[in-house]
Ligand binder design. Structure first.
Ligand SMILES: [Zn+2]
Length: 277
């Protein structure tokens, strides 16, 4: 965004919206893996069961004021809550900074918020709830149609490529999972990865959907190479058997999706020029 005064004016407002969305994202992260509604009931303290008042539910601020404890019973409140709120606010301000006060910036902010939720939920429970991927698919579809009318689409794709991307993403990850299962003789990939790639494919289109799976795989393998010997060594020292850890692929596909959305076209163009001279 090349107009600093406008950015300085809008950043606090956009950051506030981001923090509010982050607060809702916390509810989704906590409830969707347990198949609970994110609308009702209102949030209660897991310690005393008391309803949480609005003034104790202000993003980041309340956690700091309450010093990470419930006002009534003193039960600890996880640092994950303010961290997710602050991270979402940062993502929204980042989208404004990159794309200015536009519809594509709003689409980027929403997509990044959903991907953050996917990464955290997959890391914590090895689940990618439909709530995330269905909302993502809807936002991608509605965004593509609205973008076509406004003539404002990049870095996203238009409606036709969104459709092709959803099918390509879900199809390609299913093939990868199937081959992985045959090779490792055990379940390699959850259904959630296919729904995630349908959503990602609808935002980046078919070509970058394939690129996203490649980037995600590289990130996953890199993390595995670091974590595997460490876990193996700890098990050996404790005299335990070591079973290969389950890889929550969504944790790596989520950042890969953002990287591919923002830099995928430049990377593909660079590759085409390099490969074809
Ligand atoms: Zn309490």
């Amino acid at each position: 965004m090349n107009t600093p005064p406008l950015f300085a004016l809008l950043a606090p407002i956009v950051g506030l919206f981001g923090a509010i969305f982050g607060s809702f994202l916390n509810v989704c992260i906590a409830r969707w893996p347990k198949d609970e509604s994110v609308i009702r009931p209102r949030s209660r303290c897991p310690g005393c069961g008391g309803l949480i008042a609005w003034y104790d539910n202000i993003p980041v601020v309340s956690w700091l004021v309450l010093r990470a404890r419930c006002r009534t019973c003193g039960e600890r409140i996880s640092v994950q809550y303010p961290l997710v709120e602050a991270a979402t606010a940062a993502l929204w301000i980042g989208a404004l900074w990159l794309l200015g006060p536009t519809l594509v910036a709003l689409r980027l902010a929403l997509v990044a918020t959903i991907l953050l939720g996917v990464a955290i939920t997959d890391a914590q429970s090895y689940l990618i709830p439909d709530g995330f991927t269905i909302s993502g698919l809807v936002i991608a579809g509605v965004g593509a149609i609205a973008g076509a009318f406004l003539g404002e689409q990049l870095p996203f794709v238009g409606p036709w490529n969104a459709l092709l991307g959803a099918c390509t993403g879900a199809g390609a990850i299913t093939i990868v999972g199937w081959l992985g299962e045959v090779a490792m003789k055990k379940e390699a990939m959850g259904y959630g990865d296919a729904t995630l790639m349908a959503f990602v494919g609808a935002t980046v289109g078919p070509v970058r959907a394939l690129l996203c799976i490649m980037v995600g795989s590289v990130l996953a393998v890199a993390a595995f190479v670091v974590i595997y010997p460490f876990g193996r060594f700890r098990a050996w020292r404790a005299g335990r058997d070591y079973s290969t850890p389950l890889v929550p692929f969504g944790v790596f596909l989520a950042p890969a999706a953002i990287l591919t959305l923002l830099f995928g076209n430049a990377l593909l163009q660079w590759y085409a020029e390099w490969a074809l001279g």
